[in-house]
Design a binder for this molecule. Structure first.
Ligand code: T4K
Length: 370
């Protein structure tokens, strides 16, 4: 059947309304709707189990845990980061009065290239903030080696890396702290939401204070905290979505398998295969368009797809370093970031989600194949 219905880059995982309604009735009965309520506590402990991490603190989105992590570790001066991400990564630094220093990425993963980090370290550098972009794990071992050598902290923006594991271990255990986004567009969502993952109880306590104005009891404030708590309604929604997220990830996996099968012989279109030993979450399916070989530019293909109702996204174009807010920084020059610049000019993230039908996938592929 011909249809012109829009095919979007993602579609949110939604809990069953009946189940959600039951939980809402419980919340209404308890009249406890936020501030570390029962569902909030249940979700934190369910996430510890699901993600295989020691401690989780829930947040109201994925940007505030980044800002809070920098506060908690008292990061100042300069922080080395990637320009190939959503703008929130760099904004979190700016909100803390920290100067971002952009380092180029590895073309095999889209993540920061550890071989280029040392050259960007100055006496003012205090931390590295890499991103597991598209949920692809960074080279966490090389990054940690550099951090140890120079006495730097490592905060991972793991907004895309929900459930990602390397050789059976959560990627969220790398570095000093990791942060997640549970935004509607993510593999796992709580509508808006996020979390921080930490290694010990002391840090969990500190973060819990910081996200609640710094309160450490009714009359004591131990730090200039912020309000970034998740409420009971979204915590309940999150508990329900956790029950079905594996099924959604498997559905996304099947979409990725079809894309790879059908695009493998299209000249000028490349994509990444799964990494050995990695449990991926298939949150994104980026393809890269080589204009010369494909015979059409990335943008021409992107807008041609839109004309046919297929709404991929150019994540992450423009690079963060290209935005007017950041482009005057010395590290923002294109000469400093050749790999990231090229990737941003070639990428289209294809629609990938759990309710994409075979016909939808055919429509996406028909736009690309000739
Ligand atoms: N770090 C990284 C690396 C991140 O990628 C992000 C966020 C953050 C930090 C910060 O986390 P949060 O503070 O946002 O939790 C989206 C998201 O708003 C953003 O969360 C995400 N990264 C970024 C990569 O993408 P847009 O502008 O692309 O979203 P939008 O509204 O255009 O939605 C894309 C498509 O998704 C729509 O065309 C259709 C579908 N959609 C979207 C929504 C909101 C739905 O079907 N239903 C919906 O409710 O930014």
């Amino acid at each position: 059947m011909e249809t012109n219905e829009k095919i979007t880059v993602t579609s949110p995982l939604l809990p069953d309304l009946g189940d959600f309604n039951e939980m809402l009735q419980e919340i209404w009965k308890s009249r406890w709707i936020t501030n570390n309520g029962s569902f909030h506590q249940q979700l934190e402990s369910a996430l510890v189990d699901y993600l295989k991490v020691p401690y989780v603190s829930l947040f109201t989105n994925g940007t505030l845990p980044l800002i809070t992590a920098l506060q908690a570790l008292r990061i100042t001066g300069e922080v080395i980061t990637t320009p190939y991400s959503f703008v929130a990564t760099t904004h979190a630094l700016w909100w803390n009065g920290i100067k971002p220093v952009f380092v180029d990425i590895d073309e095999k993963t889209g993540c920061i290239d550890p071989n280029k980090i040392e050259a960007a370290i100055t006496p003012k550098t205090t931390a590295i903030m890499p991103v597991h972009v598209y949920g692809k794990p960074c080279d966490v071992k090389s990054i940690q080696d550099i951090a140890d050598k120079y006495g730097l902290k490592v905060i991972y923006d793991a907004a895309h890396a929900f459930g990602v594991e390397v050789n059976g271990e959560s990627i969220l255990n790398a570095g000093d702290l990791s942060t997640l986004s549970f935004h509607a567009t993510k593999v796992y969502n709580t509508i808006e939401g996020g979390a921080m993952v930490m290694h010990d109880a002391k840090m969990k306590q500190r973060i819990d204070y910081l996200k609640n104005f710094g309160f450490a009891g009714e009359t004591e404030v131990v730090a200039p905290g912020i309000n970034s708590k998740m409420d009971e309604i979204r915590s309940a929604y999150g508990l329900l979505n956790l029950r079905q997220v594996d099924k959604a990830i498997e559905a996304r996996h099947q979409v990725a398998i079809r894309y790879r099968q059908e695009l493998k012989d299209v000249d000028g279109i490349t994509y990444w295969n799964d990494m050995v030993g990695v449990r991926h979450n298939y949150g994104y399916f980026p393809i890269f368009v080589d204009a010369e070989r494909y015979g059409m530019t990335r943008d021409d293909l992107y807008f041609k797809m839109q004309k046919q109702g297929v709404y991929g996204r150019r994540y992450f174009y423009p690079l963060i370093s290209e935005f007017s807010t950041y482009r005057s920084l010395p590290s923002a020059s294109r000469e400093n970031l050749p790999v990231a610049t090229k990737m941003a000019e070639e990428v289209i993230c294809l629609p990938i989600h759990h309710v994409l039908t075979d016909q939808d996938i055919d429509r996406v592929l028909n736009c690309i194949k000739r």
